[in-house]
Design a protein around this ligand. Sequence first.
Ligand code: PAP
Length: 351
Amino acid sequence: MATPPCSPHSDLASMASPKQGPIPFADTHGDTNLVSSPEQRKEEHADVITALPSAWAADGLRKLRRYQGFWLRDIFVPAAINLQQRFEPRPDDVIVASFPKCGTTWLNALTFATMARAVYPPAGADHPLLRLNPHQCLPFLEALFKDGREAELEALPSPRLMNTHMPLPVVPRALPGCRVVYICRDPKDMVVSLWYFFRRLRPDLPFSSVFESTCDGKMSFGPVWGHVLGYWRAAIARPDKVLFLRYEELLRDPAGHVRRLAGFLGMPFSAAEEETGTVNSIVQLCSFGNLKDLEANKIGRLDPLLPIPRDALFRNGASGDWVNHMTPEMASRLDDIVAEKIRGTGFTFNL
Ligand code: PAP
């Protein structure tokens, strides 16, 4: 087996203990005491929150607040403040970060399956991803810090694997404190995906609402260009700490990117694993076709914050669907807005 130097993950054999992370978060949470109640959290920061500029999200159901250059659902502002003040990364932590609708569910699944492969062989009949939605396997940082549930995070064995949609300035200690895997996607496909998602709550929602809110940046965790640029710049500055992935590239070559991911995490696939097809097993386990047909992903709702059926996370699983929803003029308008915002940075969405 190839062994990376000085890596906390270098000894795969040491992962064989069930107390070794990452473990499915859904199997653990709820056992520990709150740091403070959600109500206390809201009161603690009420002055700050009410002084922030506000707007309504495209679905007309969520109030947004502009916090440090980003629009957050007002219930997530206390989470942002507490993440900035209290999140204590461990050096072997891994955070999956993304803008919503850019491939989070897939990357959560791939990263969990890759990191946990010694304890949960990806071809195994009892793999957690066969009974849990990928989001249930990873703690969602903003939900925990919103509700004062940090102790649940503290209780997790190392290495921990976590998920966030927060922009990088909201998790400042993540770098260089731990490792981050980020995924971006063509904003035009993100808009389409988000519209279908919101329509599960508001079936009459016009496409133009989501489109316009993307163009003016007033959307949950937006603007999308600021979100992506923050992580992209960090990946340029610290490629050892941030792996920057693209949904479209992952679609083109999932196996190649799983190998890249494993290398970045300091746990490359051994010759024996290559020979027995571990990479392909992970790709297959986490594939759109496999996940979308599992009971865990067809039945139930995402969580109390999002009373949307889980199947909403598995709609189309392809790139370029925007052509079926936007006129060429709309597409050029969004492309031009984004191009203007990222001009001079060296970043481009279109490779
Ligand atoms: P989230 O932000 O609510 O977690 P996220 O998972 O980032 O959502 O995005 C959902 C998109 O990823 C959906 O895209 P679509 O609407 O264009 O179809 C969903 O289909 C896609 N997706 C989910 N799982 C997979 C997968 N295993 N492979 C490829 N695409 C996937």
